[in-house]
Each structure stands twice: as structure tokens, then as C-alpha cells.
Design a binder for this molecule. Sequence first.
Ligand SMILES: Cc1cc2nc3c(=O)[nH]c(=O)nc-3n(C[C@H](O)[C@H](O)[C@H](O)COP(=O)(O)O)c2cc1C
Length: 198
Amino acid sequence: MSARYILVLYYSRHGATAQMARQIARGVEMAGLEARLRTVPAVSSECEAVAPSVPEDGAMYATLDDLKNCSGLALGSPTRFGNMAAPLKYFIDGTSNLWLTGELVGKPAGVFTSTASLHGGQETTLLSMMLPLLHHGMLVCGLPYSESALLETRGGGTPYGPSHHAGGDGKRALDEHETALCRALGQRLAQTASKLER
Ligand SMILES: Cc1cc2nc3c(=O)[nH]c(=O)nc-3n(C[C@H](O)[C@H](O)[C@H](O)COP(=O)(O)O)c2cc1C
């Protein structure tokens, strides 16, 4: 069976993580696979508030079928106190049926994040996102040091996955190394998925 698509699933409140997601999708497509960009709605502080089923702009909201049928997954979140953001965690907490049926077992996955401060929790956030993926039996891919940007970067970029330093005002754009590492993850997931599904 040939690989079908890599799901690039992320939450982004101010756009930095969304920018990374688009570069990861570019990497997936450079490796010849379809990238499916999907987001999750914000978690409301009012329990009764319900978000519209279609977002005003940007990527569509993810469904469990998007996750179930993917050939691989890139999961991204801004740092929230060194951890993944609640809206993404909320979505993941709704995947029990996929865990019970083992739908994600053996599929490749990677993680990415954006932070305001350079040392404000990129690696812990990336690791926090790996935990549920490991429980699902996914094969977690990091980034190898054969990616020269890992050694050259003055911003984000880790062996655990791509990261971005957005700055205190959130306006710092992805630099060339951060961009290269996002694309590298996309390519790596697509190539791994294709090999596994051969
Ligand atoms: C509640 C909250 C907690 C945050 N915690 C951190 C943190 O621990 N470290 C950090 O560097 N940035 C932190 N930030 C900043 C965001 O992670 C950062 O601005 C990120 O780039 C936003 O991504 P986005 O543009 O995709 O929403 C926090 C922001 C919020 C709202």
C-alpha cells in the first residue's frame, strides 16, 4: 500500500506555530507526499461556548478520521509554561478509541514548537508532545545532526524536533535554519512513511 498523506496537526494562537506547520507541509510535498494541514479549536473558558465547526480562516479543524487515516503525523504547539497548549492536549485526550484499536501503532510521527524566549521550554514542550505519541505506539522521529542547521542555528532547532524563537512580541519570522529544519522534518516523515508502507 502506498503512503497517502502526512497529517500536520497543530494549535497556533498568534500564527508562529502555523508558520512552522506550513514549512513542514512544504517538506512533506518536496518528498512527494500530500500534506494535510489541520488545526484544533481554542478551549473556551466558558464551558458552554461552542466554536463554529469551520474556522474563520486558516486550516480546517482536525477530525479523528484525519488522524486515523494518516500515514504519518507532525504535531505542533506553542509552548505554554514549558508544556503543550491545552487545545491540542484536549484533542489528544479525545483519541482513546484510536488507542484502543491500535490505529496509530507503527506510524511515524514528529513534533514542533514555537516559544517567546529562546530557552523558555522548547525542548520540554517537544518532549511533552512525544509522550502521548509513544502511548499510541507511534515511531517518533527527531532530527539527525546530519542536518547542518542543527549546529549552525542561532535561533530554534533541536534534535527532538524543529523549534522557533518567536521573540517577546511574537514577531520574529522563521529564520533560514528554523525553516530548513521544519522542511527536514516534513521530508523525513514522508520518506519514512513511504518506506514503511512499501
Ligand atoms: C499562557 C502562556 C504561556 C506561555 N508560556 C511560555 C513559556 O513557558 N516559554 C516561552 O518562551 N513562551 C511562552 N509563551 C509564549 C508562546 O509560547 C509564544 O509566543 C509562541 O511563539 C506563540 O505561538 P503561536 O504564535 O503559534 O500562538 C506562553 C504564552 C502563553 C499565552
